[in-house]
Ligand binder design. Structure first.
Ligand SMILES: [Zn+2]
Ligand SMILES: [Zn+2]
Ligand SMILES: [Zn+2]
Ligand SMILES: [Zn+2]
Ligand SMILES: [Zn+2]
Ligand SMILES: [Zn+2]
Ligand SMILES: [Zn+2]
Length: 1752
């Protein structure tokens, strides 16, 4: 950055002036000044424009430095009257810090709230305070801050318990009562006062200054140039893209600069985009305004004089300075507060008022700075916080009105401070009584929603965008209202009562505007043309739901208030529906000997109202009256006589009938808007203040009415009266017309009506209606949810209503009704219902949807059958009603109901084609059951005289003349034997049994109880018990049998699931697998198995036949036959990289022949193992291509795979693939076992190479330079049997050759990221590399997964390795022979010096396994021209042994010497291995001198070598096993000791590897010397670049903290690396390397191969070769990326205590790391399955395909 600074030195003339400046002198001069304000202003006028705004770019560092020296310095001197560094320190020392933490939250910082102790959810702690608080052990909630707001630690009102953390615990000498000003001298106070007044006034003046060209008096600059800024302001209307585009046009900047401007404008609210003379700036302004004024209002632009901008910049600085100075002392803070709130001499607004009232005119940056200052000053001082709150409340209307017009988000509006003021309970109460805050808020709200209909109700239909915008903003007022109400008063004063009731009255006015809004009328004939607007009304309802509940709770806490509120509410309701029966036609209904007067009204024909908030509020208050028992103690004070029950029930009843008719399909033509409204009416978000309260109102109304009258009105509103009222209602079918639809409708309506009656009588779990506790209500909700199925915590929470504190109350009761089952590696933890709670199940629970109901019914019946009970689901026992509702039970035994029950039963007895339904009957039976239980309970609990319930008697009575119908009981007995009612038999039997038992109870109570009858009873029960016991045992036995059977079949299924691959494979590759099983029983015993060398075990030759998955034909695998291929996926990989800083290789020039030992970039090949004919595959792929082309023409959507890059999905398993591997037969082994040893072999090969050199030279075109070279080099005659001119015949058929080229080219193209070129000599190298890399990665995986080397891989991986190895061995045949020979020559030269090969890498610069594979694979190119009898096997063995020795040397050179403190040489005897290792090590030290440290312990060296070489040997064994098809020894199929010996045996190595060296010492010593003397070895050993040591450690994903909030905290301190200390919006952690990135943001987009990509995608290319695994910290979400277009989200490894993840951090439960799940992600990564996982995710969820992953 130093270079950038030197660009803009301040002019040197100023420099000297600044250098001479003394802050002290100026400060002291001010102390003498008579007119201090003038002196300070003069100073500012002189210096500010010289420091700030001197050119087009700002230079914050310089400006800060100068401002500190020239401006703040003198102020601090004056303030302290001495050196400020001393003065301020003194102040700080004597300060008694406040107990408030007050830490202001940054965006994204974690905040904590205690669910148990916080006064409301807005009370939060910062991380530090939280960790030091008692709440750490409570149930807490964690969220990320949206910025703004501060830590409430130390605020006693915010916490019910534990208000202080350890740090903020008040000391014993509590000083909070003292005035902090006492600590300051009077002089100091005066000085501070004057300085603060001047500075604050200056800042306020400048920030609210609106002139562009002038300055306030006293600040005019001494000299004034023609220097202007063109200032662009932020708005929320224009998009980033619009602004960027416009700027590029207007000020001629690059895209990059434009992005930077736009980012700053968005962050700070304004930014100068041009600097120059006035016209230059004006020009830019014109262009911007013109360009942005077309669609919307133009962007705001001002041309401002540089001195104005300079002073505004300093004004911000000055405010920041004030905030910093008051941090030193509470006394200073208090003075500043006083200055800020002081009114002018003529009663003008205080400075703080001025700021607030200009808030909406200021730009974002200025607002933020002064809001910060308010928070650190006024809000931190208890005394002034109150005064400020009063001012805030006084200005409330103005501030909110300004906010409505302002287009900035609320977080940058001063109105958002309300949360800091209103949530303090004492403050809220004070503002309510003193400033009438409650009424003010509501009035402001109502006033801003002006659009009304003729009756004064809100009307949201045809809102303009402007009004819609305003509607969204005005909702924040309801948030304020909620704050005010959130804590209920414990004590009431008369003043509070008065003001609350005034507020309540205004609230009723608001509700009156809602009562009756958006009425609906049934559409008949045509479907409605336009869906009417409904969402706004429901939005309002939802926002008000908690407030309405809170209002009720306030009322409930004081009797006087409750009674008065009830009265007011009733008046309001009467006012709403005053003349509701006007004009309606009166009618009289009569039935069963009862009659009632009402009027004609049809829901299906007239207007129906869904929004009834006034009536519902009254219902709520009515319940409270009942609950608090006010109704019984002061009935005279209640307006009960004014209640008109028919009026109360009318509208709620209509609303419920509407729902029933919608269910019955009568409102289909009204479209989705009505369906949605009905949905929300019942939804958990609204139902508490909608559906539930309507039901309460019906309960309240009917409890005050004759039940017969009530039911007749209900029948009439359901439009069913005519069916039940006629004398022969029981013969319905004869009376009704035969229209099937109408019958169907009426059936549904009858069902719904019966359900409604059940609810009215049965729903008594609200305290006040029934005699229950609040916890009973929530328990019942949970029980009924869990009766549907076991549920996760979050699912349950979602199904329960939350209160205003976002609590469901579930935690208090859940354990008493449910058992928790922990999750596995997938899935989540579940709650299951405790079995004993199942008897509380009510099939007709009022919050069940129809779907819930049938699911619950099925689940419960199944449960009862399983436990051997009959499957009847009788109603549960109910708690008794409260007295006010007690008469409701009479509904069950009233004549009209009995009449209706009889009618339905009669229909069921004479079934006649669809005139009744089973659910209708089921409901009737349920109602009868309820009545019986009611009677039984009354018999049990009341004394004889109190028994009023005589249901059993009534149902035994037959109908009277003239109809003479059978009794209900008789009908039931008939039905018991009806064949068509099998399902309901259990229930009917239960009813009859209960009737019988009630009869005995009645008889017994009428005759006084006799003792011996009791004895008889006892005997009977004993006998019953015996019988029951036997039955139970038989049942248990049956169940056990069933369980065992089920378990067995489950196990079988499980086994097949687990081994799916195995089963599939075994079908497809029957032959292959039999040959595989033969591998374990070879002709020779296991001990002799040898996989490499002339004596290696020869596998029995076997035909291999496979089946094509596409055409199902069988095919033998032959080199000269039709080619078979394996679907494969090749990808670049950095999974094994030991050096993530190595830049990716240059694709065009990179020479991949030698892999560096850090394995930084490799090529991995994987396969799903599915086999096809090559021509079947080609046809398939062409079809995919054609389909894709057609699709692209039609619509521009991506697929989950990229056809243009050769990608396709495996036709069988849909696994992502991008090429195919040809299957090849085992190469034929060659004859003789007598072969030359290493020395002789090397000699022969060297000779062959020499002759090749000369042969290749001949091939090369002769040019001038080459003549010289050939002249000194004699033609070397080829050794015996070697024919360099021999051109071999390709052994493969054309299709096999074609496939060899296909796979080779694909590997080359992907591995190097180049265009395909099958002629490139690097093609075979890349294939060998991929083979080596894949084997190495599998070897690592086996170690990491703690699996044995052989026998544990899934078939598909074995198949893949086998084909890959055999392919690599054959791929040279498609390349040019000389180039492959050239590769071999260069490879060998790395170990064996060859004067003709230039610049071989040093031994420490090659990965030895890659070297082995490449040499073995390229050797056949020499061998093919050799007929001397040397075998490939001999070559393999010799190369392998040579490479092994080289690797031992590598390990020795790089082993890190361990401290030899312990005496490991146990027994003292040096083993053979140790002696030889010592010898070799000293030999190396001789060659290298001091570069190699002396390691005393040979034991240690041997240990190092063994451990270091092991991975290589294991990889070697895998390699030769697949290459030569040699079976594997069974010892290597298990893990355990002795592996080393078996491994060496299988590889034909001595278990003392050093013997390789000693038996060929003469030959090897010169080679070793050559390796050690390589020019770069010394440097490497001295650390010129990081050395890789062996064994290479496996890479792991980074360690994550256990507590998720630690990550959030880490991310909150992370700033965007590109936009100068700005917070990043989407901080994202790379799980591979731990880098934190600024994702999903313009600022960090970079150019990657010509495309703009986000930070994650860019990082992916460097860190993961295109594949990335990230954690999005704010979202708690894992992100997988592959390439630029693919990605998916994956479940994060963090779980809450309920075993659930929290993607998006919505629930805020504390999250902890689940190691198992993290390991699962790590495994996906290590086995290269990330891309595959993305493919599967995208196939399963097409919406993932459309996301612009590259912008993340
Ligand atoms: Zn704190
Ligand atoms: Zn604290
Ligand atoms: Zn707590
Ligand atoms: Zn086929
Ligand atoms: Zn497949
Ligand atoms: Zn990374
Ligand atoms: Zn950024």
């Amino acid at each position: 950055m130093a270079a950038a600074e030197s660009d803009r030195e301040p002019p040197s003339a100023l420099c000297s002036e600044f250098l001479d400046f003394s802050a002290k002198d100026t400060g002291l001069k001010w102390l003498q000044a008579s007119d201090l304000p003038k002196a300070v202003y003069q100073h500012l006028a002189r210096y500010v424009p010289k420091i700030y705004c001197l050119g087009p770019n700002l230079n914050p560092q310089n400006e800060d430095l100068l401002a500190q020296l020239l401006l703040q310095g003198p102020l601090e001197w004056y303030l302290c009257g001495e050196d400020p560094s001393i003065g301020l320190a003194k102040l700080e020392q004597s300060n008694q810090p406040s107990q408030l933490c007050g830490h202001v939250f940054k965006v994204g910082e974690p905040t904590y709230s205690c669910r148990e102790c916080a006064a409301d959810p807005t009370c939060v702690l910062c991380m530090q305070c939280f960790l030091g608080s008692v709440h750490k052990g409570h149930r807490y909630r964690m969220t990320t801050s949206g910025g703004g707001g501060f830590c409430d630690c130390g605020d006693t009102e915010a916490w019910k318990k534990g208000p202080y953390c350890q740090k903020h615990e008040p000391s014993i000498s509590d000083s909070s009562q003292e005035d902090p000003l006492d600590q300051l001298s009077a002089n100091m106070i005066t000085r501070t006062y004057s300085v603060f007044s001047i500075v604050l006034r200056y800042a306020v003046d400048m920030l609210t200054w609106e002139e562009e060209n002038e300055l306030p008096a006293g600040l005019e600059p001494p000299e004034r140039g023609d220097t202007y800024y063109c200032m662009l302001f932020n708005d929320e209307v224009h998009t980033y893209e619009q602004v960027i585009y416009t700027l590029q046009k207007a000020v001629n900047c690059t895209q990059k600069e434009a992005v930077s401007f736009a980012t700053t404008v968005d962050r700070d609210g304004r930014k100068s985009v041009r600097y120059g003379d006035f016209h230059f700036c004006e020009q830019a302004k014109t262009v911007i305004v013109r360009n942005t004024s077309r669609q919307t209002k133009p962007l705001r632009v001002q041309v401002m004089h540089s001195s104005v901008v300079a002073h505004q910049c300093f004004a911000l600085k000055a405010l920041a300075w004030l905030g910093q100075v008051i941090g030193h002392s509470d006394a200073l803070r208090r003075i500043l507060c006083q200055v800020g709130l002081e009114k002018g001499p003529l009663g003008e607004n205080s400075l703080v008022d001025t700021l607030m009232l200009c808030d909406s005119k200021m730009w974002k940056g200025a607002r933020n700075v002064y809001h910060q200052l308010l928070m650190s000053s006024l809000l931190m001082d208890p005394k002034y916080k109150k005064l400020f709150a009063i001012q805030f409340a006084k200005n409330y209307w103005r501030l909110q009105t300004d906010f409505m017009e302002d287009d900035h988000e609320r977080v940058v509006s001063v109105t958002s401070l309300s949360v800091q003021l209103f949530t303090v309970p004492t403050m809220a109460r004070m503002l309510m009584t003193e400033e009438n805050l409650m009424a003010t808020i509501i009035r402001t709200f109502v006033e801003h929603l002006r659009h009304r209909d003729l009756q004064g109700r809100f009307q949201f239909e045809r809102y303009t965008p402007q009004q819609a915008f305003k509607f969204r903003r005005v909702q924040s007022l309801l948030g304020d209202l909620k704050y005010v109400l959130i804590s209920r008063p414990t004590e009431w004063t008369d003043k509070l009562r008065e003001k609350f009731l005034e507020g309540f009255e205004t609230f009723l006015e608001l509700l009156k505007c809602m009562q009756g809004m958006d009425p609906v009328v049934r559409q008949v004939g045509q479907h409605i043309e336009m869906e009417p607007e409904w969402e706004a009304a429901f939005t309002l309802q939802m926002k008000l739901t908690h407030i309405i509940s809170m209002m009720q709770e306030w009322c409930a806490s004081d009797e006087k208030v409750l009674i008065e509120a009830y009265r007011m509410c009733l008046v309001a309701l009467t006012h709403c529906h005053g003349g509701f029966a006007d004009g309606e036609q009166p009618i009289t209904l009569s039935m069963c000997g009862h009659s009632v007067d009402t009027f004609r009204y049809c829901v299906s024909q007239e207007k129906v109202i869904i929004h009834l908030p006034v009536s519902r509020l009254l219902a709520g208050l009515h319940v409270l009256l009942s609950k608090t028992e006010v109704a019984y103690r002061f009935p005279e004070r209640l307006p009960l006589s004014e209640l008109s029950p028919p009026m109360l029930i009318e509208h709620p009843l209509r609303c419920l009938v509407l729902c029933a008719q919608v269910h019955a399909g009568m409102w289909r033509r009204n479209g989705f808007s009505l369906v949605n409204q009905i949905y929300y009416y019942h939804n958990v978000k609204c139902r508490v203040e909608m559906f539930d309260k309507d039901l309460v109102m019906l309960q309240a109304g009917s409890s005050m009415m004759d039940p017969n009258h009530f039911l007749m009105i209900v029948l009439s509103r359901f439009e069913l009266y005519h069916i039940f009222s006629s004398a022969d209602g029981r013969k319905r079918h004869s009376r009704e017309n035969a229209n099937k639809d109408v019958i169907q409708q009426n059936n549904t309506l009858i069902e719904e009506m019966l359900h409604l009656i059940m609810m009215i009588v049965g729903e008594r779990f609200t305290p006040g209606i029934g005699q229950v506790q609040p916890s009973d209500e929530i328990k019942r909700e949970i029980i009924h949810q869990l009766c549907i199925r076991p549920m996760a915590h979050s699912e349950l929470a979602k199904a329960l209503p939350e209160n205003e504190n976002k609590e469901t109350g579930m935690e208090r009761v859940i354990d008493s009704v449910a058992l928790f089952k922990k999750p596995g590696v997938t899935g989540r933890g579940l709650y299951e219902l405790r079995p004993e709670c199942a008897k509380q199940f009510n099939l007709y629970f009022y919050h069940y949807s129809r779907a819930d109901q049938s699911k619950a019914e099925e689940a419960q019946r199944k449960l009862r059958r399983q436990s051997g009970e009959d499957s009847a689901l009788p109603p549960p026992l109910l708690p008794p009603f409260c007295p006010l509702f007690a008469s409701l039970v009479n509904l069950l035994q009233c004549d009209v109901l009995l009449g209706m029950l009889g009618v339905v039963l009669q229909w069921a007895v004479e079934p006649s084609g669809g005139h009744w339904s089973e659910s209708m009957l089921q409901r009737v039976l349920h109602l009868i059951g309820m009545a019986l239980l009611e009677e039984q309970q009354q018999l049990e609990s009341s004394s004889e005289d109190d028994i009023t319930f005589s249901f059993t008697l009534k149902i035994s009575r037959p109908g009277e003349a003239p109809s003479n119908t059978p009794s209900i009981l008789a009908l039931l007995e008939t039905l018991q034997n009806a064949a068509h009612l099998e399902v309901h038999k259990d229930m009917i039997r239960w009813i009859l049994k209960t009737v019988a038992s009630i009869k005995t109870m009645r008889e017994r109570s009428s005759t006084s109880p006799v003792t011996d009858s009791g004895g008889q009873n006892h005997q009977e029960t004993v006998r019953d018990k015996d019988k029951a016991e036997r039955k139970r045992k038989a049942e248990m036995a049956r169940l056990r049998r069933e369980k065992i059977m089920a378990q067995m079949s489950a196990m079988q299924r499980h086994f097949i699931d687990e081994n799916k691959e195995l089963f599939q494979q075994s079908l497809e590759e029957l032959d292959a697998s039999t040959s595989a099983s033969l591998e374990h029983s070879p002709s020779s015993p296991d001990a002799a198995l040898l996989c490499v060398g002339p004596r290696r075990t020869r596998p029995t030759e076997k035909r291999q036949v496979v089946t094509c998955i596409l055409c199902q034909e069988e095919q033998e695998i032959r080199g000269d036959g039709r080619a078979m291929v394996l679907a494969a996926f090749v990808q670049r990989s950095t999974v094994m990289s030991r050096n993530r800083h190595r830049p990716p290789p240059n694709p065009e020039r990179h020479d991949p022949l030698f892999m560096h030992p850090d394995l930084s970039f490799g090529t991995h090949t994987g396969s799903c193992g599915h086999i096809m004919h090559s021509h079947c595959w080609q046809r398939y792929f062409e079809a995919v291509q054609a389909k894709e082309q057609r699709r692209q023409q039609r619509l521009r959507v991506h697929t989950s795979y990229d056809v243009e890059n050769g990608e396709f999905l495996c036709p069988l398993c849909e696994c992502l693939s991008n090429t195919v591997i040809p299957l090849l037969p085992l190469p034929k082994g060659s004859g003789s076992t007598e072969q030359p040893g290493l020395g002789l072999w090397l000699k022969t090969v060297s000779q062959q190479i020499k002759s090749l050199h000369s042969a290749h030279r001949k091939l090369r075109p002769v040019d001038a330079g080459a003549v010289d070279a050939t002249s000194n080099m004699e033609d070397f005659p080829p050794p015996e049997g070697f024919k360099p001119d021999y051109v071999p015949v390709n052994p493969f058929s054309s299709t096999v050759k074609e496939m060899l080229t296909t796979f080779g080219t694909a590997t080359y193209k992907i591995g190097l990221k180049v265009h395909p070129n099958e002629q490139d000599p690097r093609v075979p190298i890349m294939c060998w590399g991929s083979c080596a890399y894949t084997i190495q990665s599998i070897e690592r995986l086996l170690v990491d997964e703690e699996k044995p080397l052989f026998g544990s891989l899934p078939c598909r991986q074995d198949d893949c390795l086998r084909s890959l190895t055999r392919f690599s061995a054959a791929c040279w045949t498609t390349a040019s022979l000389p180039s492959v020979q050239g590769h071999f020559i260069r490879l060998l030269a790395a170990l064996l010096p060859d004067p003709e090969v230039e610049s071989s890498p040093s031994l420490l610069d090659v990965d030895i396994f890659h070297l082995l594979v490449s040499m073995v694979m390229s050797y056949p190119s020499l061998h093919i021209q050799d007929s001397s009898g040397l075998s490939v096997d001999a070559a393999q063995q010799n190369l392998f042994q040579l490479v092994t020795v080289a690797h031992v040397v590598q390990v020795l050179l790089t082993s890190t010497p361990a401290e030899v403190t312990m005496d490991q040489e146990s027994g003292g005897g040096h083993s053979e291995e140790e002696q030889s290792i010592s010898a070799l090590y000293s030999c190396l030290r001789r060659h290298l001198g001091g570069a190699l440290r002396d390691v005393g312990s040979a034991w240690h060296l041997w240990r190092c070598v063994k451990a270091g070489v092991l991975p290589f040997l294991r990889a070697g064994a895998l390699f030769f096993h697949h290459l030569n098809g040699v079976p594997t020894p069974s010892e290597l199929h298990a893990r355990g000791s002795g592996q080393w010996e078996y491994l060496c045996g299988y590889l034909g190595l001595p278990s003392n590897l050093l013997q390789l060296y000693h038996s060929n010492q003469d030959l090897l010593d010169p080679l070793i010397q050559g390796w050690c003397s390589h020019s770069s070895i010394q440097g490497l050993l001295q650390g010129s670049s990081p050395l890789v040591s062996y064994p290479r450690e496996s890479n792991r994903l980074i360690d994550l903290p256990d507590d998720y909030s630690a990550l959030i905290n880490q991310a909150s301190t992370f700033t965007c690396p590109k936009s100068g200390g700005d917070k990043s919006r989407a901080p994202t952690l790379c799980l591979v390397c731990g880098a934190m990135l600024c994702s999903q943001s313009y600022c960090c987009q970079t150019d990657l191969e010509g495309e703009d990509v986000g930070a994650c995608t860019a990082h992916t290319f460097a860190c993961g070769a295109g594949v990335g695994i990230f954690l999005r910290v704010r979202e708690s979400q894992v992100l997988f990326l592959a390439g630029k277009t693919k990605g998916c989200f994956y479940t994060p490894p963090y779980l809450d205590d309920y075993g659930e993840t929290d993607q998006g951090l919505r629930r805020g439960n504390p999250l902890h790391l689940c190691q198992e799940r993290y390991r699962k992600i790590q495994k996906l990564w290590r086995q290269h399955s990330i891309t595959e996982e993305i493919g599967h995710a995208q196939e399963a969820n097409q919406s993932l395909v459309g996301i612009d992953w590259q912008h993340l």
